[in-house]
Design a protein around this ligand. Structure first.
Ligand SMILES: NC(=O)c1ccc[n+]([C@@H]2O[C@H](COP(=O)([O-])OP(=O)(O)OC[C@H]3O[C@@H](n4cnc5c(N)ncnc54)[C@H](OP(=O)(O)O)[C@@H]3O)[C@@H](O)[C@H]2O)c1
Length: 266
């Protein structure tokens, strides 16, 4: 791949899609990787450094204001030209039974951190892009879950709708600026995501049935799509699946999705 990006900042790069994104970037791209778990993040960075990559890390909990500021502070010390807002997590189950702290942390990590980091970094990224005559880039990791309400994944789906609409709106606001913005919408992807939501087994079954993708595929497709389109739904099956909620009446969709999600989460 052409070394289009000189300095990438990826949040949530201690595993999954973020880590795959780091690996998928050209070897010449310098990496600033963020994660919450410092040991795991250090392990990822060490492996990449052994392959000759220039890697720096910042460990911070993006659910907290201090953590978001730490991530912004670290990234300000590098001339970032590719920002990947990827850190995120979900919690399956009825909103009223889910851990209340996890529900609000989800909004902080999946939404607030994306807004805070992009608001802090984009002005300098754009100024550098204008000065150098090169384009910069931003990928916001949303989800196929962001296209419609999802009972029993209510907060998560709403955060991903936020990410999707935020990225699409930014792409339009910045249409005349030297930046490419992509809302990345993966479907089920083989990462630790579903281990953390508590239904790894259901996700494994979907993967085994050929209904999921590897994190490497998601990362590769995203980097290829950046600059070509504003929204990428990964995989033909997922593209079809996201059409249904856009065409069906919202109330009917919510009822159907509620039955399916209630069954799937068990
Ligand atoms: N896997 C899927 O099926 C799927 C589908 C659609 C969209 N997505 C989205 O893809 C993104 C990446 O998820 P993934 O699938 O790669 O899952 P993952 O392997 O669990 O990775 C999630 C990343 O987010 C970080 N993170 C979680 N909570 C955090 C917090 N409070 N503060 C800072 N970092 C935090 C994790 O850091 P630590 O490990 O250090 O805690 C990790 O690096 C998420 O935004 C997710 O919503 C995933």
């Amino acid at each position: 791949m052409e070394a289009r990006w000189e300095h990438a900042f990826i949040t949530g790069a201690s595993s999954g899609i973020g880590e795959a994104m780091a690996r998928a970037l050209p070897p010449a791209t310098r990496l600033l990787l963020h994660g919450r778990d410092a040991a795991r993040l250090g392990g990822v960075a060490e492996k990449l450094a052994r392959q000759g990559r220039a890697v720096a890390v910042v460990a911070a909990d993006l659910a907290t204001e201090a953590g978001r500021q730490a991530a912004v502070g670290a990234s300000r010390s590098c001339p970032i030209d590719l920002l990947v807002c990827n850190a995120g997590f979900g919690a399956l189950g009825p909103h009223l039974q889910n851990d209340p702290t996890a529900e609000t942390d989800m909004v902080a990590v999946n939404c607030m951190a994306t807004v805070a980091i992009s608001r802090a970094l984009l002005p300098d990224m754009l100024a550098r892009a204008r000065a150098s005559g090169r384009r910069c880039g931003m990928i916001v990791v949303a989800s196929v879950a962001g296209f419609a309400p999802l009972p029993y994944f209510a907060t998560y789906a709403a955060t991903k709708a936020f990410d999707l609409f935020f990225a699409e709106a930014l792409a339009e606001e910045l249409r005349d600026d030297p930046i490419d913005v992509l809302a990345l919408c993966p479907g089920v992807t083989a990462t630790r995501f579903f281990e953390r939501t508590g239904n790894a087994e259901a996700a494994r079954r979907l993967m085994a049935g050929g209904h999921g993708h590897s994190a490497a595929r998601v990362a590769r497709d995203a980097l290829a799509a950046l600059g070509r389109q504003r929204v990428l739904v990964v995989g033909a099956g997922n593209r079809l699946a996201t059409l249904v909620p856009r065409l069906a009446p919202r109330r009917l969709w919510s009822a159907m999705a509620g039955v399916a999600m209630n069954r799937w989460r068990r």
